[in-house]
Design a protein around this ligand. Structure first.
Ligand SMILES: *[C@@H]1O[C@H](CO)[C@@H](O)[C@H](O)[C@H]1NC(C)=O
Ligand SMILES: *[C@@H]1O[C@H](CO)[C@@H](O)[C@H](O)[C@H]1NC(C)=O
Length: 186
């Protein structure tokens, strides 16, 4: 639900910015040579994705069948922009297992290929769905990070669309979905 609202918000922002953009172009078209518009400058980077807790039933298997969103998982973004300049940032998943971050302005789409994103192997807060539906025994703590979508080695970022936030164009990239596993007894 919150994810849907977020997406709607961004769509609205994109729509508003497109409207402004169109106005701007039509009023300034006689001054701005068309070629300068075509030269798209590197844009800023936003990253989103999901983190799940897998079902014990599928422990060791790369599937999200029966998985539930994992709240409070820390996801790190790291980029080696140049030899001397790097970016590292972290965020936590919300109650829907969703993470979203705006990378610092030192990172543009030009260097996004140097980035990797992955969940940190620290204790996530809780496994929301399960704790709601039934009391969680200690064994369901979702603490084992899996390699699903390069979760342990770091995932490359895939571009999805352009969004506009506070007058800046961002390209929204996706990573994951990632998954942790509970410590499962077999
Ligand atoms: C950045 O460079 C360091 C040192 O070479 C390396 O250990 C690290 O994995 C690199 N990070 C990314 C995201 O490629
Ligand atoms: C996962 O890692 C492999 C091996 O490094 C790489 O070829 C592949 O592109 C990566 N995929 C993602 C989504 O990160």
């Amino acid at each position: 639900m919150a994810l849907a609202i977020k997406v709607l918000k961004y769509l609205l922002l994109v729509h508003i910015s497109l409207t402004f953009y169109t106005n701007e172009v039509s009023s300034a078209s006689h001054v701005t040579p068309p070629s300068s518009r075509a030269k798209v400058s590197p844009r800023l980077v936003a990253v989103q994705g999901m983190v799940y807790c897998k079902s014990c039933k599928y422990s060791g298997i790369d599937t999200l069948v029966g998985a539930s969103p994992l709240q409070g998982a820390t996801v790190r973004l790291a980029c080696n922009i140049t030899k001397r300049s790097s970016v590292t940032m972290e965020t936590k998943t919300d109650k829907n297992g969703y993470f979203f971050m705006l990378a610092p302005k030192t990172l543009t789409t030009k260097a996004v290929h140097t980035c990797r994103a992955w969940p940190m192997n620290t204790k996530p807060a809780s496994e929301t769905m399960r704790t709601i539906t039934r009391p969680a025994p200690a064994t369901t703590a979702c603490t084992v990070l899996t390699q699903l979508n390069n979760g342990t080695t770091g995932a490359i970022l895939k571009p999805s669309k352009t969004i506009n936030i506070g007058e800046h164009d961002y390209v929204l990239f996706s990573a994951g979905p990632f998954a942790f596993e509970p410590v499962c007894k077999h």
